[in-house]
Design a protein around this ligand. Structure first.
Ligand code: TXA
Ligand code: MG
Length: 323
């Protein structure tokens, strides 16, 4: 049987399937099937207070799940399918389990052709968090999913490395007033502001402690973390002291001779050849997971410069490094 049909049929049967999106791999289940949604939380070890994003194939399906005002419609028209998640007032049909009891639901229309095909063939709305154990680095290749959740799910659809490598931008439009970014991502605040015609507040950079998670779900201070301790250093300022057995990661390929002299016994890596932020984002979670298996005593990572995609990259890095 064709893999798309096989995935759709498992999902219709209430089972879970890992699927590629343009951002990261997701762990999908039928959003309207309580048992399926429950097993998403179980497989990930995710607390029930952390709500899920529902993925849809069409605006028509999205409008059955949430109330779209004019702002939401404009943004959907401009950015969907693509890496923007909208948090909107929910319709009654959405299970409480999906929204963690909130009056809003997060919705996104992914653009990855395999994911879109599964949505279309199954006809389902799919609840789909990133396909990693709760708190660990997001998966950007099928092998990342196989290495962590592989034994617990019947199928992983392999679409190769994810194009973007960072999770979608999450925009809160839940209370009719303004627009707030809860998680920075590939769609930038400026781009959203341009479409809406007013400035968009970024609240996602704030971090919250565990006991405040219900208020601002998914904004936990520690997240995306390898098991190896991570520390960060400022862009262009490789002046830290590192002991033998550590790894150091630069944004762009450094002068290797100089760095080997400065950091004897330290393994040297880089996230891009030229410092291009799209390339950094694409490689970030993969390199973190490779290094996590490398037996290093610690990993020092250079922060991205603070513009464009750099904000989303630094958000992931600072959570990965949080104690
Ligand atoms: O790119 C993505 O968005 C990926 C791919 C698989 O689509 N998905 C993803 O899902 O990153 P997840 O579950 O790892 O992150 C979703 C975030 C969580 O931090 C959650 O707290 C937040 O979205 N969220 C979901 N529903 C919400 C709501 N109603 N209000 C506020 N935040 C919400
Ligand atoms: Mg996640």
């Amino acid at each position: 049987m064709n893999l798309i049909y096989q995935a759709a049929s498992l999902l219709k049967d209430g089972q879970l399937v890992a699927l590629p999106t343009e951002t990261v791999y997701g762990l999908a289940g039928d959003a309207l099937n309580i048992e399926a949604v429950k097993s998403i939380f179980e497989v990930k070890g995710r607390p029930l207070i952390d709500p899920l994003i529902v993925h849809v194939h069409s605006l028509e399906m999205a409008e059955q799940l949430a109330y779209f005002d004019e702002k939401a419609l404009k943004l959907a028209e401009q950015f969907w399918p693509g890496p923007l998640t909208l948090v909107l007032p929910r319709q009654a049909i959405v299970p409480d389990l999906v929204t963690a009891g909130l009056e809003t639901v997060a919705i996104r229309m992914p653009r990855h052709p395999m994911f879109r095909a599964v949505l279309e063939v199954s006809g389902l709305a799919l609840a789909c968090p990133s396909a990693n154990p709760f708190g660990y680095c997001s998966p950007t290749r099928a092998e990342h999913v196989a290495g962590t959740l592989g034994d617990e799910i019947p199928m992983i659809l392999d679409g190769g490395p994810c194009e973007i490598g960072l999770e979608s931008t999450i925009l809160y439009l839940g209370d009719g007033s303004g627009a707030r970014i809860l998680r920075q991502g590939p769609i930038l605040a400026e781009e959203i502001g341009k479409v809406l015609g007013f400035g968009v507040e970024v609240v996602g950079r704030a971090v919250v402690k565990k006991d405040e998670a219900q208020m601002s779900p998914g904004m936990l201070e520690k997240h995306y973390s390898p098991s190896t301790p991570v520390r960060l250093f400022a862009y262009g300022e490789a002046v830290l002291s590192l002991g033998e057995g550590a790894a150091i990661v630069f944004q762009k390929k450094p002068d290797l001779g100089l760095m080997e002299e400065r950091y004897p016994g330290v393994a040297i890596f880089w996230l891009s050849e030229s410092g291009e932020l799209g390339e950094v984002a694409h490689n970030l979670f993969h390199l973190m997971q490779v290094l996590d298996k490398g037996g290093y005593v610690s990993i020092a990572i250079e922060k991205a410069p603070g513009d464009g995609l750099g904000f989303a990259i630094n958000d992931r890095l600072s959570r990965a490094a949080a104690k």
